[in-house]
Ligand binder design. Sequence first.
Ligand SMILES: CC(C)(COP(=O)(O)OP(=O)(O)OC[C@H]1O[C@@H](n2cnc3c(N)ncnc32)[C@H](O)[C@@H]1OP(=O)(O)O)[C@@H](O)C(=O)NCCC(=O)NCCS
Length: 149
Amino acid sequence: MSLDTEYEITTDSARFDLTLIDEFLADSYWARDIPRSVVEHSIQHSLAFGAFHQGYQVGFARVITDFATFAYIGDLFVVPKHRRRGVAKLLMRAILSHPNLEGLRRLLLATRDAHGLYAQFGFKPLAHPADFMTLHYPNVYQRDAHDSE
Ligand SMILES: CC(C)(COP(=O)(O)OP(=O)(O)OC[C@H]1O[C@@H](n2cnc3c(N)ncnc32)[C@H](O)[C@@H]1OP(=O)(O)O)[C@@H](O)C(=O)NCCC(=O)NCCS
């Protein structure tokens, strides 16, 4: 069975396994302890993609965008059992070929160690990182923590 028939990518968020998504993200290095209500709100206001295998969700990604000029790709993951089988690449292919994301001026993402995945789709490190600034609150989901990084 080919990868495309074994795995299905959908943007139908009604089908998403919110428990799986919430549990993965709350345990991730980038969104530790994110509350389920915030996960649900973020999905409602993004273009989100789910990867499914035999009816079960095995991967996820979210595109935050104005659908005109800019998009940020975030929260991309594949559950451990289905890694190294091309599912992340299927998600990236679905995102980059989505008709509502054509003609954007910039797509951005952040990753700690998966640069080789995104490089396959043409992503490059920032040419001028000093041109970018951020307000970052990595501890926002831990109570009483408001320090920025
Ligand atoms: C990173 C992750 C999404 C990759 O998913 P995957 O389905 O195993 O990836 P794929 O099988 O589609 O392909 C990955 C390709 O990128 C490459 N790659 C580069 N860096 C990688 C990394 N850190 N992890 C996995 N693959 C990586 C692989 O070598 C592979 O290349 P190939 O096409 O030459 O075989 C998955 O390991 C994951 O969920 N990790 C934990 C969450 C995470 O770190 N997400 C990224 C946040 S930006």
